[in-house]
Design a binder for this molecule. Sequence first.
Ligand code: PLP
Length: 217
Amino acid sequence: MIAENLREIQESLRAGVTLVAVSKTKPNEDLVEAYEAGQRHFGENRVQEMVDKQASLPQDIQWHMIGHVQDNKIKYMAPFVHLVHGIDKEKRLKTLNKEAAKVDRTIDYLLQVHIAEEDTKFGFSPEELMETVQKDLQILYPHTRLRGLMGMATFTDNQEQIRREFQSLKNLFDKVKVDLGKDFDILSMGMSGDYQIAMEEGSNMVRVGSSIFGARG
Ligand SMILES: *Cc1c(COP(=O)(O)O)cnc(C)c1O
């Protein structure tokens, strides 16, 4: 079932799009099934759960932290996390840099941008984003590397609204990329319900959970 879902989704991806299988709340055997079908990128939204899974699953899995993380949890994932999607404050970046330095790593991250209408979602406003990327983040936080942007569209049936929100994130991405160049190359947008639209609007990393693993309880 999981292997079949994965194959279908892989076949529907545009060239160059990375699939992050969002396995939050799912048991290890589900992740193993996806792993055996060839999946290597997994996304979790809780640090403790990701740490537990990382310890008992194959070591070549690339772990994505897609959730909102608290500063005091960052140290637990610093030794292994592959990409942190949800950096939503510069203060968080400071902590990420400090913990990465302790384990002698450079950790890749995305800045989360608030593109949805709902105000429940975390992230920089477009103005704050542009202000933040004007700073010399590489010098301020040398144990981190800004790789791109992440965003979530409003939870709505209105496809045109979703498309507009993804377009606004893509426009910001292009604008920032002019200054940051080739290492700034990841645009993480799109989930089970909207990843097709996200890809049409330029996403190159989609985070898909329920379409692979089934609904979460
Ligand atoms: C849960 C989650 C997803 C996956 O959602 P599905 O609708 O199950 O595909 C993607 N991104 C983030 C940030 C999430 O929290």
